[in-house]
Design a protein around this ligand. Structure first.
Ligand code: FAD
Ligand code: NAP
Length: 548
């Protein structure tokens, strides 16, 4: 049987895949989306753990591509819950009639370039094949859950649940002894809720994270009205004038430009307001060690104020990496949770984890009896989902091998040797260091403009040149090296995955990035080799139009 044939194969049906389908279909292209999960939603389908919600305000963490969609949707809270965000994505899928071109329960296992035909063959786990001119990987930066190899895990008699693979029907925790490994954003959101529901909760912490209060509240009609009335200008400001794609109050001066009192007043005001806005209290918090330490010390002071048992408070205080170099957590009553009588904090640095037993979890000090074990142990981030697919480019080159020393891309959108193969929020783009929805829309729009360009010049093939890619990788590394980010063993660096090369993967500076992408698209795609049948190969033909 002949394989199906489409113009564009999109892998993944989260925020990125859904918008890619809508936008590319709008160009008259035949698009097919393949999604491994049983339904759409991506992150918001998989991460159903109690307490899951966004940490960027919903009015900003949402699509901006359609004004009517913006006007008709009402967010109920400042930071929407997972079910509400999932409902939103379902609404989007229905509103734009997306489902008819999405194959659910369809895991892509291989993507291979056919040099002679100039097409890609996409193979699914069930053996279905699809031939596509273009491939768009919308597989997500935080979609490959990481389960650590803990000896004995398979022998545990109770239930084990990863936060990123939480059962659809929920988990009954009432009266049960629950253990949680992991205190990153997922753990920090889940722990207060787990403590409410469980009989006893034991938190196994290896490294404490810094967390700031969300101060989540219902959204007032006035605030919603204001945003709806000003969406266009606010979104534009966030996109064009911020390093994060989010409107925060960005300070313009150093933490060292003010005295101790003024500094504390500023930190305090932001702590009271809630959210990641705290991270922008001074302009140099991620680049200057002294300034950074002021912020870190402020948070440590808060932890000591909130947590009544001083020994527990000390264990919760991060001391060995700069604040903000791992994603700042945004919580609801996280530190207060340790004042509850049914919550125990176990410091795995003091008593290392030895194994999971049939009855629970054993550290070097003792065995903790558990009925349920929650793994809030994170993701093989940014490159993980791509790495789980056998991707082969020109000459059978495997992406995984090419990236053995760290990912190599041009603009985080494409990689040399993989023509017509696009990545949304790929390594080397702002992705997780920005509002990811904003980053997704920018990438999808860039790809759509690029395909229009190729069509208008009669081109069949586009890929980055090796020198352009090398220069981009060096540029991304140089930006990171000028900051404190490289000082933490974070998932941004691949440090949470044994054997993964330690390379800082995201691009720092979303607005600058956007300008560069626009400039490249507007000047005939320098750094890309564009092949037009009949024309000398390797030359980018002149751009007949400026992209939108
Ligand atoms: P995803 O939503 O991850 O979707 C990728 C899809 O691809 C998944 O459905 C997956 O099943 C599918 N897929 C992967 N591999 C294959 C394959 N081989 N074959 C077929 N399908 C495949 N970002 C923010 O900016 N703000 C936030 O507040 C925020 N909160 C977050 C909270 C949590 C709990 C997590 C885990 C992440 C959060 N993020 C946040 C990041 C979040 O991942 C992005 O905001 C966004 O949802 C990513 O959308 P996406 O479509 O790129 O990827
Ligand atoms: P994470 O930040 O990588 O945290 C994983 C946690 O598991 C860490 O505390 C880690 O400890 C621990 N861990 C991993 N392996 C372990 C082992 N073998 N033994 C003991 N502890 C172990 O992952 P995450 O919390 O899922 O968050 C990932 C990202 O997803 C976030 O940074 C954020 O971008 C996004 N997210 C956002 C939200 C939100 O608020 N909207 C919520 C969830 C996730 P070590 O630090 O010692 O390795």
């Amino acid at each position: 049987m002949e394989p199906e044939s489409v113009d564009v194969a999109v892998v993944g049906a989260g925020f990125a895949g859904l918008y890619a389908l809508h936008r590319l279909r709008g160009l008259g292209l035949r698009v097919q989306v393949m999604e491994a999960a049983g339904d759409i939603g991506g992150t918001w389908f998989h991460n159903r753990y109690p307490g899951a919600r966004c940490d960027i305000e919903s009015l900003q963490y949402s699509y901006s591509f359609d004004a009517e969609l913006e006007q008709e949707w009402n967010w109920s809270e400042r930071f929407a819950t997972q079910p509400e965000i999932l409902r939103y994505l379902h609404h989007v899928a229905d509103r734009f009639d997306l489902r008819r071109d999405i194959s659910l329960g369809t895991r892509v296992v291989a993507v291979a370039f056919d040099e002679a035909a100039g097409t890609w063959t996409v193979t699914t786990a069930s053996g279905r094949e699809m031939v596509a001119t273009y491939v768009v990987m919308a597989t997500g930066c935080l979609s490959a859950p990481q389960t650590p190899r803990i000896p004995g895990l398979e022998a545990f008699a109770g239930e084990v649940h990863h936060t990123a693979d939480w059962p659809r029907g929920g988990v009954d925790l009432a009266g049960r002894r629950v253990g949680v490994i992991g205190t990153g954003s997922s753990g920090i959101q889940a722990i207060p809720e787990l403590a409410e529901q469980a009989g006893e909760l034991v938190v196994f912490q290896r490294t404490p994270h810094f967390s700031v209060p969300a101060r989540n509240t219902p959204l007032t009609p006035e605030k919603t009205r204001y945003w709806k009335d000003h969406y266009q200008e606010l979104r534009s400001l966030a996109r064009e004038d911020t390093p994060t794609g989010v409107l925060y109050d960005f300070a313009t001066f150093s933490a060292q430009a003010v005295d101790d009192r003024a500094r504390d007043v500023e930190f305090e005001a932001r702590w009271d307001k809630g959210g990641a806005n705290f991270a922008y209290a001074f302009k140099d918090l991620t680049v200057d060690e002294v300034s950074n330490d002021y912020a870190a010390e402020f948070v440590r002071r808060k932890i000591r104020e909130i947590v009544k048992d001083s020994a527990v408070a000390e264990r919760l205080c991060p001391v060995d990496y700069p604040i903000f170099t791992k994603r700042i957590c945004v919580d609801s009553e996280y530190y207060d949770t340790y004042n509850r009588p049914n919550v125990l904090l176990v410091d795995l640095r003091q008593e290392p984890l030895e194994r999971v037993t049939e009855a629970g979890l054993r550290t070097s000090a003792q065995e903790y009896a558990l009925d349920v074990l929650v793994l809030a142990t994170g993701f093989d981030a940014i490159t993980g989902a791509l790495g789980r697919i056998d991707i082969r480019g020109v000459g059978g080159l495997r992406l995984k091998e090419k990236w053995a020393g760290g990912p190599r891309t041009y603009l985080g959108l494409m990689s040399a040797g993989f023509p017509n193969f696009f990545m949304i929020t790929g390594p080397g783009s702002p992705s997780v260091l920005s509002n990811v929805v904003v980053a997704i829309e920018q990438h999808v729009d860039w790809i759509a403009d690029c395909l229009l360009h190729l069509r208008s010049v009669g081109a069949q093939r586009l890929e980055p040149t090796v020198p352009a890619e090398d220069a981009w990788v060096a540029h991304v590394n140089a930006l990171a090296s000028a900051t404190l980010f490289v000082r933490a063993a974070s998932w941004y660096m691949g440090a949470n995955i044994p054997g993964k090369p330690r390379v800082f993967m995201p691009y720092i500076g979303a607005a600058d990035y956007r300008r560069r992408c626009r400039e490249i698209a507007g000047t005939g795609y320098p750094g890309f080799a564009i092949t037009v049948p009949g024309a000398p190969s390797g030359e980018a033909p002149p751009s007949p139009r400026q992209p939108a």
